[in-house]
Ligand binder design. Sequence first.
Ligand SMILES: NC(=O)c1ccc[n+]([C@@H]2O[C@H](COP(=O)([O-])OP(=O)(O)OC[C@H]3O[C@@H](n4cnc5c(N)ncnc54)[C@H](O)[C@@H]3O)[C@@H](O)[C@H]2O)c1
Length: 487
Amino acid sequence: MTSRKGTAAILGAGVIGAGWAARFALMGWDVRIFDPAAAAPQIVEDAFARARASLPALYDVALPDMGTVSFHDTIAGAVSGAVWIQESAPERLDLKQSLYQQVQEHAALTAILASSTSGFTPSELQAGATRPEQIIVAHPFNPVYLLPLAELVGSDKTDPALLDRAADMLTGIGMSPLKVRGEIPAHIADRFLEAVWREALWLIKDGVATTAEIDDAIRMGFGLRWAQMGLFETYRIAGGNGGMAHFLHQFGPALQWPWTKLMDVPDLDDALVDMIASQSDAQSGARSIAQLEAARDGNLVAIMRGLKARGAGAGAVLSDHEATIAPPAPNPDLPTPPRTMFRQVPGTWVDYNGHMNESHYLTAFSEATDRILLWAGMDAACVDQGHSVFTVETHIRHIDEVNIGDTISVTTRVLQGGGKKLHLWHELRVGERLCATGEQLLLHVDLASRRSAAPRADVGAWFTRAQAAHAALPDPDGLGRHVGQRT
Ligand SMILES: NC(=O)c1ccc[n+]([C@@H]2O[C@H](COP(=O)([O-])OP(=O)(O)OC[C@H]3O[C@@H](n4cnc5c(N)ncnc54)[C@H](O)[C@@H]3O)[C@@H](O)[C@H]2O)c1
């Protein structure tokens, strides 16, 4: 059975291909993989384990149901029915070109054939192809399942409409496509990385810094600036109130000084390779690659969630994507309380006991309340008109443990609604297991006077209907309890 999202073929499932496979599948696409290496299934399994532990933790709603994943012995089998074909084979032009010839014998004419190539231009990839206009570059960043950027590049043979379609598809799996205006080797981002890389190699060769010191110089300073504002916005601030023009006038002349060795390439002879490798061993050799990957993914989730709360950088991409996959409003007349939250517990919600920290039960119930208010009509425009709610009382009962990686769901019953008071009863479960309840009393308020007030008519009507629909249910166990009371 195929999922409604579509089918993606992954050709080459190493570091990058496996990351693409995980992102597509976790976003609900069916994934068909071709890779001749015997090790490929294990690489894919490991990537999926890392992706499952991190990607859902970026979102405050559940991701779509995972698509199917299958391995195929032939290219024909893998590309059958695929609307997106992502090639992530080794960086060799002849290999990629001959792969495309085989792919185009079997692929749908409308399928997008995208290459992960770090360096080749679309024109180079398209040379000798049956349908060159079908081939584009979609260059991602490792780990593909977490980092949103994909550089999209076409050639003069590429229909702009195909690039638009490609951008829409990538946006649909939570990515941030960046259309590159022209074809250049290594696109945009790897140009920067090469400049930094060359400079770093010189600093080591000249004995100025070690691998660990260079990494500190990045992660303690400009790396943090770049992650949230990039290069130009950061330098604009550095120009003070004079802004960008002042900055350029002040620091421009320094570019003429011999600060960098950017135009020279250090000879990567055995001595330099040994020096860098032994410094890197001293810096990071105590941790396995798997441990480093887990640390990287956890850190990326924490940083990106921080940016999400502030609507900045990659965090803004997450919020926009989340809005497109959030569940639609249910019918308030249904007799069962609606599911107001469904998500995986992120690592940042877990405390020293290894289970969900108490503060995040309130986070979960608060988000559930916000969701039902949104469904009732209390959206940003409604709040702008001055209609909101203040919480006046919350009582949480902790009934069973919630652990890292558990998927929690919250259902919300409307005990009283329609007038000034909104009385809600939340139940938080892992599967069928009841883990916590949250009883909340909120007051609708007029934000101008900061006093209680009737809700906007449509919001009140929604809650009146929901209260009536839930009224026939028996009183929930624990309703009205206070601290220290015995059941
Ligand atoms: N590693 C990175 O950080 C990175 C980042 C962005 C883009 N890329 C690009 O992604 C591509 C893949 O790089 P990688 O790092 O994943 O390499 P990799 O060596 O980890 O994986 C390549 C995979 O391709 C498979 N393969 C070999 N011949 C094949 C064929 N004929 N058909 C299908 N699969 C075949 C190999 O078995 C291997 O599993 C390259 O073009 C690279 O430039 C890499």
